[in-house]
Design a protein around this ligand. Structure first.
Ligand code: GN1
Ligand code: MG
Length: 358
């Protein structure tokens, strides 16, 4: 069925008056299908949740209710707001109609960035992501559903990767010896956060778990964050995952899938701006051990993602949406290159973090 007629049917199920006058697909994000849909003169975001990645999407939507209720009832003042989906006529924040849909108002005058051109805008986003964890710090861990089990369990992610290498269903792994070796080399290192958590040295917190820079809507005029989006994986996790993933994305000199690997690397100016902002909101609650883990959280989460991209390539690209052949392989190689560059800068990263924590 034509997508426009799905939109037309959907709005009838909501308190949205008018007709669909325009729509366009928004191509950022590797999971969900996102559209900007204009109904008369008002823009909305219509999003179809990926049911391959999220086996029970209603759990996400329950979490979103719980998060907004928590923030509203407790009158939490945060640095920026979080995305809120509209209720349909039945009072539900999602609708099943040729898929699992949710709708929110489009935030006017905002943009998202895949690559950052100006380091100065990173301070406030770092602050916003740190503040997000702080805002939820009193919410009981058990009040949210687990939407993807073991989401940032790096040890399990690597075990799965090596299983896929062994299985090699499409014969793709046998040509990837040099890439696979990287994961053998860093496997123990990558389990450091698992080890510290198992030893009870790191607290679990409600964290965002997907702190890509394009998951913050930035005001076009002020260049300040307005709204944190993509709350699908807010679950108990580690501060180092949120910090590390944000650095992985915003700190990279190049795009996440850059194929010219000499362009890829950690920009320390970006790193410092983001870190300064993050620590200004997070140092009040982070433990000393957590602060010690933030810097190496960056290469760990970067290699974890590289292993996920590469496992998906080996498996036939079932999970991450690709835009060209070998796209997941290119993404994986870019992330490996980035992690290797981070390793050469770890001392400097750590030193800066310690300065910010004082
Ligand atoms: C996916 O949905 P999106 O594109 O924001 C993925 C993240 C990865 C990211 C890499 C549910 O995020 O874990 O870090 O791609 N989300 C899920 O760009 O797997
Ligand atoms: Mg996402």
């Amino acid at each position: 069925m034509e997508i426009k007629s799905t939109f037309e049917q959907l709005i009838k199920l909501y308190h949205i008056e008018g007709v669909v006058t325009d729509y366009r697909k928004i191509d950022s994000g590797h999971m969900n299908d996102t559209y900007c849909v204009t109904v008369n003169d008002t823009d909305y975001i219509f999003q179809k949740v990926n049911e391959y990645a999220f086996k029970k999407p209603e759990l996400i939507m329950e979490n979103l209710h719980a998060l907004t209720d928590y923030i509203e009832f407790n009158n939490k003042k945060s640095a920026c707001k979080i995305v809120k989906f509209i209720d349909n006529k039945e009072g539900k924040n999602y609708t099943i109609l040729n898929g699992f849909w949710r709708i929110c108002r489009y935030e006017c005058n905002t943009v998202t960035y895949d690559i950052i051109e100006n380091a100065e805008i990173l301070y406030s986003s770092g602050f916003a992501f740190g503040d997000f964890i702080n805002t939820l710090s009193d919410m009981p861990l058990g009040s949210l559903n687990i939407t993807i089990p073991d989401f940032h369990n790096t040890r399990k992610r690597l075990n799965y990767f090596f299983e896929k290498v062994k299985e090699d269903p499409l014969g793709r792994a046998k040509e990837l010896g040099a890439d696979i070796e990287v994961f053998e080399k860093y496997r123990d290192f990558c389990c450091k956060l698992n080890d510290l958590t198992d030893e009870g040295l790191l607290p679990l917190r409600l964290v965002h778990n997907d702190t890509k820079y394009n998951n913050i809507l930035i005001d076009v005029t002020t260049q300040k964050p307005v709204c944190i989006i993509d709350l699908d994986t807010v679950m108990p996790g580690l501060a180092a995952h949120d910090f590390g993933d944000a650095i992985r994305f915003a700190g990279n000199k190049a795009a996440e899938d850059e194929t010219e690997l000499t362009k890829v690397g950690l920009n320390m100016v970006y790193y410092k701006e983001f870190t300064h902002g993050f620590m200004d909101s997070a140092k009040q609650f982070l433990t000393e051990t957590e602060i010690e883990t933030l810097a190496f959280g960056a290469p760990i989460i970067t290699l974890e993602l590289a292993s996920r991209f590469l496992a998906d390539h080996i498996d036939g690209d079932n999970y991450f949406r690709i835009h060209r052949p070998n796209h997941n392989l290119e993404r994986a190689r870019c992330q490996i290159r980035l992690a290797e560059d981070m390793f050469t800068k770890l001392d400097e990263m750590q030193e800066y973090l310690v300065n910010c924590s004082q």
